[in-house]
Design a protein around this ligand. Structure first.
Ligand SMILES: [Zn+2]
Length: 565
């Protein structure tokens, strides 16, 4: 092999090994022939030299591979980066590789659901795409709504999704900073303390007219600010941004920036009673945290103008803002307003009910976290709100879990069949691909359980893994004999369960929780089934495919949840 070809092969091997951890002669040769088609007739001749190069490269540490690529094959270093940045999401305006900072800012006021998953996936994915960082920030400045268990549930849910954050923090960590920036804004005349009644404030906003408080001097408002922390009653005063009372955007009509809340905060207790609004906290935190690209869902789109104006008034750096759409599933509400009465009334057991699109609910149902990630990315970065049928996530899940799902047999209404001529045991594949090994099933005295729907009226059946049997009625059950293993018999292929060791289970079958906007009483059915003995050895949480029934998750020793067909 000439020197030029050897160098080219070495470059390919280094790049491939750096990207995948190791390389092989087959890969290097095929890439080499792709780059230099004239070598195709000499593939046999170059193979030994390529094999030597591959062995050398595989023996090198990653740092040495990178160093040699940088010094001798710099052009090949760019390839994986380009591929990486061509992710499923569109490029970000003004994004610089290595400098992108995004954030996911959930409020710990409820259990995380598919909407949180979407926002978290998009933010972490963009950080990954640009070699940047994503911050997880609990937006916790409304102590009336926030509870410790929600912080924990959000952390657990994100961990389950497999999302990584460079930094985790709480907005409440920065309360002193937020309060001092609020005070400075008042002193600078950019905000004022309003003691008008709630109805007067609403009336003024509708009439586009400023209230009397607005005309007072900054010193006066400084004093009133002090009183908010001490003597004013909750609700008696708020801090308002000096926006634009005549703006067509109602969010700009002197919105609230701080209010008095006397509830105990889950982390800070009674340390503060003046709390920033969502608008103020998010804008200041994004700027302080070094966020370069902030995403918000479309429902908050009108608040973008306020975000910019607030940061401008405080002379703070403004991140790029982009809007993405909300994601809902048909018939599966996520709002607490809709869910709480169902949970309190006992219609829904808890937030991990498999009919709910909460992360805990989807996990119980047997939806794989990778399927959720891929599903969210497959929707892309659309601006139109998405109400997807749950079936679209089911399809993603099926593709994700199928290869790792063992097949097991279950019959629903069991009919006993005594079959003569059977071996003492048979071997069944755990997956048609052969990739999950096999299991031996003892047939005992040949008493099998068949599904009544298959057994009734059928004279001959193909029992999966056994062969053809001929059957006839015998009292309540059936009896018959083994015929042969001729697969061309045309008999219906059915699953069966050996009676010895069979396990009776209950399968919870979730359907849409709401139909036509109303709770559907029949949305969670329970079906009885009998599964083969191998079920008992499966760990809880294992996903299986019950043959001719559907994908299920083992929820408890005698309980399954059906994910989908
Ligand atoms: Zn006022």
């Amino acid at each position: 092999m000439d020197e030029g070809t050897a160098s080219r092969a070495r470059g390919i091997a280094l790049q491939n090994a750096l990207e995948h951890g190791s390389t092989s002669a087959g890969i290097v040769i095929s890439k080499l022939l792709g780059e230099v088609p004239s070598l195709r007739s000499r593939a046999g001749e170059i193979a030994p030299a390529v094999a030597r190069i591959v062995a050398e490269v595989n023996a090198m540490p990653g740092s040495a591979r990178r160093a040699e690529l940088e010094s001798s094959h710099a052009g090949r270093l760019e390839a994986p980066r380009e591929r990486e940045s061509r992710g499923p999401l569109p490029p970000l305006a003004g994004a610089e590789r290595g400098r992108v900072v995004t954030r996911f800012p959930p409020e710990p006021n409820g259990y995380p659901h598919i909407g949180h998953a979407k926002a978290a996936v998009i933010n972490t994915e963009y950080a990954k795409m640009y070699g940047g960082e994503c911050i997880l920030r609990m937006d916790d400045t409304n102590p009336e709504a926030e509870r410790l268990e929600y912080y924990a549930a959000i952390n657990v849910g994100l961990e389950w999704l497999g999302l990584e954050f460079a930094r985790k923090k709480n907005t409440s960590d920065d309360m002193r900073e937020l309060l001092s920036r609020g005070r400075a804004l008042i002193e600078a005349g950019g905000a004022y303390v309003c003691t008008c009644k709630r109805e007067e404030i609403s009336r003024g906003r509708r009439a586009m007219r400023a209230c009397a408080c607005s005309a007072r001097g900054a010193a006066d408002h400084g004093e009133r600010w002090e009183k908010m922390a001490s003597s004013y009653r909750a609700g008696a005063a708020i801090v308002r941004f000096r926006g634009d009372m005549a703006s067509q955007n109602t969010a700009m009509r002197d919105p609230a920036l701080f209010r008095i809340i006397d509830a105990r905060h889950p982390l800070l207790g009674a340390e503060h009673r003046v709390w920033p609004s969502y608008d103020f906290a998010v804008a200041v935190e994004d700027s302080l945290d070094g966020v370069t690209h902030a995403f918000r869902s479309k429902e908050y789109e009108l608040r973008g103008e306020l975000y910019s104006s607030l940061l401008a008034a405080m002379d703070m750096r403004e991140p790029q803002m982009a809007v993405f759409s909300r994601l809902d599933f048909e018939g599966m509400p996520v709002s607490k307003r809709e869910l709480r009465p169902l949970i309190e009334g006992g219609a829904v057991s808890w937030y991990d009910d498999p009919r709910l699109p909460t992360l805990a609910g989807m996990r119980r149902r047997g939806i794989a976290p990778q399927a959720i990630r891929k599903f969210v990315l497959s929707l892309g970065f659309t601006r139109a709100d998405t109400t997807a049928p749950f079936g679209s996530l089911e399809a993603a899940n099926r593709a994700e879990i199928d290869a790792s799902c063992p097949r097991l047999h279950m019959v629903r209404r069991a009919r006993e069949a005594r079959v003569s001529g059977l071996p003492r045991s048979v071997t069944l594949q755990n997956h048609p691909s052969g990739g999950l090994g096999e299991r031996s099933v003892a047939l005992g005295d040949g008493t099998l359980l068949l599904d009544a729907g298959d057994a009734d009226g059928a004279g001959a059946l193909w029992l999966i893994g056994i062969g053809n049997v001929a059957l006839e009625r015998d009292g309540d059950g059936l009896r018959g004999e083994y015929v042969n293993d001729d697969m061309s018999s045309g008999n219906a292929r059915v699953q069966w369960v050996a009676r010895d060791g069979a396990v009776a289970i209950t399968v919870a079958v979730p359907g849409p929780l709401m139909v036509g906007g109303r709770y559907d009483e029949g949305s969670l059915r329970e079906e009885a089934g009998t599964v083969e003995a191998a079920w008992a050895a499966l760990p809880e949480g294992q996903a299986v495919q019950l043959v001719r029934y559907g994908y299920c998750r083992k929820d408890a020793p005698r309980q399954a949840v059906r994910a989908h067909g």
